[in-house]
Design a protein around this ligand. Structure first.
Ligand code: SF4
Length: 181
């Protein structure tokens, strides 16, 4: 009886079995029976899309629904860790306050109004093209008449295309990203 009681004491279990006091020897009956919060979800191994570090992510999903995105302990790059941006990946996709409509405020207007993505794309293209035509310097083959500031949640592929289109394609030299500010 006394021996059984003593064996429930984590210190005794640690002395008998070794360990540093953070493993099996420290578990109670209750904590031993606990299961991971996402069990029995399916999990896909992925890579955080945001920067060249390439931290590993585990994407938990069930019945076509995203449940959570966590750091992957098996990643040799990040060993289960994610920076605040990578750790917020789940909220970026699912947060109810996420903006999903394009909003436009005309010059001197006080109100924003929703416009379609097609209309917004056309407006941006027209203005970019007109500005380039007006400011492109043939002597140095570039324009300083416009700049591009990317968002911190653009992924590697988007940043590659932005740099390729705006610098090589349009001759813009002022390209930066909010993550650097
Ligand atoms: S978690 Fe942070 S550091 Fe890692 S790849 Fe994503 S953005 Fe880069």
């Amino acid at each position: 009886m006394l021996a059984e009681l003593l064996l429930q004491w984590p210190l005794i279990r640690q002395l008998r079995g070794g360990g540093d006091g953070t493993g099996e020897e420290a578990m109670s009956e209750r904590s031993r029976a606990l299961r991971p919060k996402n069990e029995p979800a399916q999990v896909a191994r992925s890579i955080c899309p945001y920067c060249g570090v390439g931290c590993g992510q585990l994407v938990y999903h069930r019945d076509g629904k995203l449940l959570s995105i966590e750091g992957d302990p098996r990643s040799p790059i990040s060993r289960g860790h994610l920076c605040p941006k990578g750790a917020a990946s789940y909220e970026l996709v699912t947060h109810p306050a996420r903006a999903t409509k394009v909003k436009y405020r005309a010059p001197r207007a006080r109100q924003w109004r929703e416009i379609s993505l097609d209309e917004a794309t056309r407006m941006v293209a027209e203005r970019v093209w007109a500005t380039r035509a007006r400011t492109f310097d043939q002597r140095v083959m570039h324009t300083t008449g416009m700049a591009h500031l990317g968002g911190a949640t653009l992924d590697d592929e988007e940043n590659y295309l932005i740099k390729k289109l705006f610098t090589a394609g349009l001759g813009m030299v002022s390209i930066s990203n909010q993550a650097r500010i």
